[in-house]
Design a protein around this ligand. Sequence first.
Ligand code: NDP
Length: 250
Amino acid sequence: MSDRILSGQAAIVTGGGRGIGAEICRTLADAGAAVAVTDWGRYEGARQLAAEIDTRGGTALAIKADVTSLEQMSDVATRTKEAFGGIHILVNNAGITRDNLVMRMSEDDWAAVINVNLKGVFISTKAVLRTMTKQRAGRIVNIASIVGQIGNAGQGNYSASKAGIIGFTKSVAKEVASRNVTCNAIAPGFIQTAMTDQLTDEVKEKMLAVIPRGRFGLPSDVAQAVLFLAGTGAGYITGHVIQVTGGMGM
Ligand code: NDP
């Protein structure tokens, strides 16, 4: 267990049912935050994780919500405030891929990825912002990607959504900095999760060759960066993008 530096804080994590989001939930809960674990397709995973956090002595609530729905994310905000007395941390983690070369990419695959990855961040942020600005306290951490900064063949939709998140992060940071609300992004590289397990061994070998650190990232590598940005020591950092890539993309 890390020090309980987030005691008394309430967090919402989107896409917390598995992968990086689940590890972020565990890490924030271990640091003392009460966590609303939200997911859509993996709600059962969110429910199990909330029970696991309870068993570990933490506080968590599982909520089924689609990040593209303002109604559902507003309900998440209301229920989190009712249960935990405020909303201090939002981690916009939910994301999807629909990879293809641009020449072959359908409009549906373009729209689906932009909708979940980019509109979802806007909707979830909008749902908590009034509470955070009124509280004069808030930390928003958006999970972007290194490909939003350097591009990636076969991920035109995904890299555009992640680049969009970075621009959005900086705009929100400027809008709410005076209210003691920070907004930062994390750009992970290749992190071992179900999302990257789909890649072929050949692609994985090529990626490993360009990671100076010599290993793929773990969900915990991303979660530790979130913990830092959510903690008191990061109060003067806003509009920033932290790469968690093992040096890939420098
Ligand atoms: P996962 O697919 O394992 O987890 C993403 C979660 O988001 C899933 O539980 C998924 O549920 C959920 N989700 C998808 N759509 C929605 C929606 N509309 N509303 C609510 N929840 C939704 O991915 P990772 O853990 O690998 O990735 C987490 C984040 O990190 C993503 O934003 C991803 O883009 C980013 N990232 C990941 C990298 C990696 O190497 N893994 C690298 C860089 C960035 P379901 O699948 O059932 O729809």
